[in-house]
Design a binder for this molecule. Structure first.
Ligand code: 5RP
Length: 232
């Protein structure tokens, strides 16, 4: 699908820059969304133009289809449990490199793939880079547990809303057969603390707060800036 958003050029810049990280012989996680789609398409070009030869592990049905169309060889976490690299998009990244993902309802598989990778890279345009996270947190939920999770997220100070389909009546169904709730917590002062409170709610499959980002490829006016996590 053509990306007609105002940030489409910046998304392309960041997405294509990260494709240069992929080398022959690697196993690479392929994220979901319109920014990392540029990475996947560029990788397809590099396969044809340069003979780049690597394995991809897609994070969603969307990523899988795009990877197949781009000529990328696919494998599974079962065959390749440790990845060299995972590249993905984000909904927001804060200045401490905490991330909110799941705008495409793919965050559960995205988190599993990123957690299996030695290096996790996010590609984004500048609008996503914020001092503090404010994006509603996507929470994948077992349909059976939807009301309990809704109540608990509200008790934590969130305003959870069941994500509804477009061109489909009723809820969005994830690639794993579950629902997604978007819980607005306003400004999130302590992403790690909030994540630790959401995870144990019975019926929560996975939330969209990520704390394992290594590098952010951020498209800014002057080009792509690479922001690395300070380890200490
Ligand atoms: C999907 C995601 C996406 O990476 C995130 O929503 C960003 O998408 P886009 O690059 O289209 O803005 O987390 O679950």
């Amino acid at each position: 699908m053509k990306d007609v958003s105002a940030n489409a050029d910046a998304k392309r810049l960041a997405g294509e820059a990260a494709a240069e990280l992929v080398k022959s012989g690697m196993v690479v996680g392929l994220g979901t969304g319109s920014t990392v789609a540029w990475t996947i398409k560029r990788l397809g070009e590099k396969i044809k133009e340069e003979g780049l030869d690597f394995w991809g592990i897609p994070t969603s049905f969307q990523a899988e289809n795009l990877a197949i169309a781009s000529g990328i060889k696919l494998t599974t976490l079962n065959s390749h449990p440790v990845l060299d690299l995972a590249i993905d998009g984000a909904d927001q990244v804060d200045h401490n490199l905490y991330v909110i993902k799941g705008g495409g309802a793919a965050h559960t598989r995205e988190k599993v793939v990123a957690g299996s990778a030695r290096r996790f890279v996010i590609v984004a345009d500048e609008s996503k880079y914020v001092p503090k996270l404010t994006w509603p947190v996507p929470v994948e939920v077992l349909p059976f547990a939807f009301r309990l999770v809704e109540r608990r997220l509200t008790e934590l100070g969130g305003k959870p809303v069941l994500r509804l389909g477009k061109m489909k009546d009723g809820p969005v169904i994830t690639d794993n057969g579950n629902f997604v709730m978007d819980a607005d917590f306003g400004t999130i002062e302590d992403p790690k603390g909030l994540a630790a409170k959401i995870s144990p709610i019975p019926g929560v499959v996975e939330h969209g707060i990520f704390d394992n980002l290594d590098e952010l490829y951020l498209a800014r006016a002057g080009g792509v800036e690479i922001i690395r996590r300070r380890r200490g």
